[in-house]
Write a protein that binds this ligand. Structure first.
Ligand SMILES: [Cu+2]
Length: 68
């Protein structure tokens, strides 16, 4: 299992948190998502061969948030 912390811009409330968390959880290979709303950070645990950082970035961006 691998871990990454993504810096996500634009999350302001519980709705944003849920949108980002759900988008990531729907990706095959993602096992755990922890959103730190105030810090604008998202911890992700995932299976390295199954999902890439780029896929996570795209899933978040599709929800309208920026990964920096
Ligand atoms: Cu919001």
């Amino acid at each position: 299992m691998e871990k990454v912390t993504l810096n996500v811009k634009g999350m302001t409330c519980g709705h944003c948190e849920k949108a980002v968390r759900t988008a990531l959880e729907e990706l095959d290979g993602v096992s755990k998502v922890l959103v730190h709303l105030k810090e604008g950070k998202v911890d992700v645990e995932f299976e390295g061969g199954k999902v890439s950082n780029n896929q996570m970035k795209e899933a978040i961006e599709e929800q309208g948030y920026d990964v920096v």
